[in-house]
Design a binder for this molecule. Structure first.
Ligand code: TXA
Ligand code: MG
Length: 348
């Protein structure tokens, strides 16, 4: 049985305590963070962490992020050099996750047998209060494996009711894309996953980071930056087509050929659409906020396919484009490639 725990100001402390007790007793709790919902268990309890893999249908070689709410917790699970620690004191809580050498306290199931662990200090009051009451929580994104991350409690309940012990019902999250992950076990540090914390902010607050071309999201390859990223990711179950060239995108959505497509675009471009449209937004933070939410609407819609435009790749736009590319069945980069859409449609 899954307990749904609605958070309001009257029952706040009780609700948090109840969830913390569930974690301490070896149970699983779905909780909000500022990026996406997480599915958490006691990071020091291997049996509890095993339940996360079962509930999500997650491959065992995909390690979990350990969530902390103060620096003492960090020292209980990982090694960090003093210089980075001092910088992080001014940066955390925030959606920047660090890959560090792990301490022996972290069970193998959490790190998937690696000698490293991802550490995240989330900027969400519910998450912080829960972690403070329970101790470090191991948590991946709450979605079932391969599905888009969950950014609202209604989806969390629909997808995980019956699979976990409790779900905190706290509405929509702030950002809508996952945290940024950097590998701090190498110099220069290396970007492992683009996310809600911008590269520009990392460079100004921490220093230069190496960004592999794979981070832009073009390749679904076995050479992945993290174990998790070699799996198909973030995708709606309907086929989604990304048309990166703006003129081609506008031409396609204004034509009758878009009939079977749900169109995902900016407010500005929605005026050209000949059919059913989901406006992601014009501000890039708004686009991030709506992205996974709208992938779920695409899946529920009566349309057979989705078609989506590209957005500028600065700031959080870097993570937005990484997610869109990874979620797309086909990427049309330029005019020459537009025929590929028709090829897929003809084969269907
Ligand atoms: O915003 C977020 O980071 C969310 C919220 C819930 O905190 N969490 C999240 O977790 O996105 P997850 O498990 O969906 O993604 C974590 C990624 C995976 O690609 C995983 O392979 C990678 O981090 N990862 C975790 N531990 C690792 C390690 N020791 N070495 C390399 N990659 C690691
Ligand atoms: Mg995930």
């Amino acid at each position: 049985m899954t307990e749904i725990i609605k958070i309001d100001s009257k029952n706040y402390a009780n609700s948090i305590n109840k969830c913390a007790e569930t974690i301490k007793a070896g149970g699983t709790v779905v909780f909000p963070t500022e990026t996406v919902y997480g599915l958490g268990a006691d990071a020091f309890n291997p049996d509890a962490c095993k339940k996360i893999f079962v509930a999500k249908n997650r491959p065992a070689d995909n390690p979990l992020i350990v969530h902390i709410s103060n620096m003492d917790m960090l020292h209980s699970v990982a090694y960090i050099d003093e210089d980075l620690r001092d910088k992080m004191k001014n940066i955390w809580p925030s959606p920047l996750t660090l890959l560090l050498k792990k301490k022996d306290t972290v069970p193998d199931i959490v790190s998937a047998g690696l000698d490293t662990v991802c550490i995240r200090f989330p900027d969400n009051q519910i998450a912080l209060d829960l972690i403070s009451a329970s101790g470090p929580i191991a948590a991946p994104s709450a979605n079932i494996s391969t599905r888009p991350s969950i950014v609202d409690s209604e989806t969390a309940i629909r997808e995980l009711d019956g699979r976990v012990d409790a779900i905190i019902d706290a509405g929509r999250v702030k950002y809508g894309v996952e945290s940024t992950i950097i590998d701090c076990t190498v110099k220069p540090y290396r970007l492992l996953r683009a996310g809600a914390f911008t590269l520009e902010d990392i460079e100004s607050m921490i220093g230069p980071v190496y960004v592999d071309p794979l981070a832009r999201g073009y390749n679904q390859s076995s050479v992945a930056l993290t174990p998790g990223l070699k799996y198909r990711h973030y995708a709606p179950s309907k086929k989604m087509f990304l048309i990166e060239n703006e003129d081609e995108f506008i031409k396609f959505i204004s034509s009758g050929d878009a009939r079977d497509f749900l169109i995902l675009c900016s407010e500005k471009n929605s005026h050209y659409a000949s059919g059913e449209t989901l406006v992601l937004g014009d501000d890039i933070y708004e686009v991030a906020h709506n992205l996974f939410y709208d992938f779920r609407i695409l899946d529920k819609s009566g349309k057979k396919y989705g078609v989506i435009q590209s957005f500028p790749e600065s700031g959080i736009g870097f993570a937005v484009m990484n997610r869109i590319r990874k979620a797309s069945f086909l990427i049309i980069k330029d005019k020459e490639n537009i025929d590929k859409i028709y090829k897929v449609l003809n084969e269907a």
